[in-house]
Ligand binder design. Sequence first.
Ligand code: PGA
Length: 251
Amino acid sequence: MRTWIVAGNWKMNNTIAEAVALANAIKDGTASIKKGEVILAPPFTSLQSVSQTIKGSRVALAAQTMFYEDRGAFTGEVSPVMLKDIGCTHVLIGHSERRKYFHEKDADVNLKVKKALAAGLKPIMCVGETDEEREKNVTRAVVGRQVKEGLRGVDKIDNVVIAYEPVWAIGTGKVATPAQAQDVHAFIRAILREIYQDAAAGIRLLYGGSVTADNISELIAMEDIDGALVGGASLKADGFLGIIKNIAKQK
Ligand code: PGA
């Protein structure tokens, strides 16, 4: 049985005080939930404070990106060693906003996934097609390429989480239908099965893109959807806790 994951991607939001207040509310609101994994991904500036806030709780910490070197002359970048040091267990890699605004390519994603794993961080590797790509009917080609290239040379898949986030559904309120999401999740799992055989059955596949407490129940009912990567709705404790509770009810 795969345990569910709900990860909150705060993106470029929250001051330290706001981050601590939100993390406290999530910590308190999830204290009685026994199964599953809850992960918060604040911006770098509040990782330290959130790390202290959630210490000893069931909430885990992720960074939103990282660089693929441990140290050196890379102005503005943060290394996996630093993220481990601050208390991160997970790191988002290749989010579509990183791909779009910061020109991350599959090859960069691959270097980062491998480096995160080597450093003992669990990468949450994000994949997904744009609106235009879905219109052109190349969703499988795009997502298939992103998965295969992102995992190139990764021998052991157990610590990898994959988030399928159709770009057209991110921040738009245009959530994928459960059937659309399941179709791509099953496709991703089939690719993983080709490469990693039986280990593919244990890999958590998250859906992301306009997830709310109202639409999560029908998404999580799908066989290959093991949780959610949540942006906008993770910025308010009630909304995020609502998603977690609705998932915990079902899985
Ligand atoms: P959203 O973002 O929930 O606001 O659509 C999801 C994400 O980008 O991870």
